[in-house]
Design a binder for this molecule. Sequence first.
Ligand code: ATP
Ligand code: MG
Length: 426
Amino acid sequence: MQPLRGTKDILPNDIILWQHLYSKAVEILSLSNYHEIRTPIIESTSLFNRSIGNGTDIVNKEMYSFTDQGERDITLRPEGTASIVRSFISNKLYQQNKTNRLWYLGPMFRYERPQHGRQRQFHQLGVECIGSINPMADTEVIRLATNLLNELECTEYKIEINSIGNLKERNLYKESLVKYLIKYKEDLDNDSKERLHTNPLRILDSKHKTTQEILYEAPCLKSYLCSESIAHFDALCEYLNKLNIEYNINNRLVRGLDYYNYTAFEIKTNILGNQDTICGGGRYDSLIKQLGGPDTPAVGWAIGIERLLSIVKNNLDIKKKNPQVYIAIQGIEAQTKIWDVIKILENYKIRFELDLYNNHLQKQIKRAYQSNAFICLILGDNEIKKEEIKLRWLNKKMQKTILNINLNKELKEIFNTNKDLTKSYL
Ligand code: ATP
Ligand code: MG
């Protein structure tokens, strides 16, 4: 049996990185009053059709959709923002706070061609700052993304930002872009040809060489922006400058989701090859109203966790923890007596592994060495008779037999007072 194409198991050796990321996210995001939210993985298909947009790659060809037994059209969420907005509206979160700062981490599903950095089930960590039109909110979320990346020792990244204006400005621009591109229709790549009718802005994002050459002379979105859009963008740039957050303005940057306006940004690294974007985000001031909620502006981003972890895993020295104590037992009686010993270990928060095979002691001790524990506790019939327990140091030739009643004291001494000796095992 194999996992489905484009899906991966995350095994215990890797989970340790995920746990680290999660705890850093809690630490950093809660400082700025962002609170975690968990929404269902399945939602009505119409939620994504209505928010992400019909001409987008996600809605056109990437969604995992099905009809359930009750004839409902359901989709495994391809991204987080639509679900958060749905939840914001269904739970009337706007009644409780003027600003809702939320974050999430969870699996997303897109039917894409699996390749390095591109899976069909992948994970995103995202933040949404809902309620404010102030460019300070854009600044806050971008700053948080950099805080998180820096804290995870991911430093090789570049921020690209752009303003894609409001709907009216974009529609005017779209018209003149199409007018310009239609002259070169035959030379455009096939995807772009198609997008000329479905989603012309996405052509700006084309990686195709000839298409890019054609775009050099194309009208620029920036010249279609009115003073409000420009003022918002300028303010954001000014704040980022003040914060010494480096960025490039990329006039061609557009995002693959329809709901963005004003600010659009991406964070890229040069480490990942083709799949080089680790974070994408922007402002979405009309989405909440569009989905039936109150007119509420918002801004947010999402980081692709698999891509981020593939960069940081070599920098971070985080390994699965070994047990500190291995417990070898022999005989029927030891199987009931050992729980008292385990209780003591638990009290001292000493990590342990109990051998469950009750076979030859030598075999158990061999497993003790393999476990990389520091000490092996041995409790067999002999020890029980004398109310003793044996301690064997696994990193040197040393063994000691002590009375049961002294175990507490002994463990305390080994693990608390003799820190140097045990450091590498803690
Ligand atoms: P891309 O251009 O790489 O397809 P996107 O614009 O579709 O990215 P977003 O929808 O903005 O991506 O999602 C934010 C982030 O989630 C991306 O920058 C990326 O790190 C990650 N991501 C998106 N799709 C996948 C995928 N199929 N597999 C792994 N990570 C992904
Ligand atoms: Mg994509």
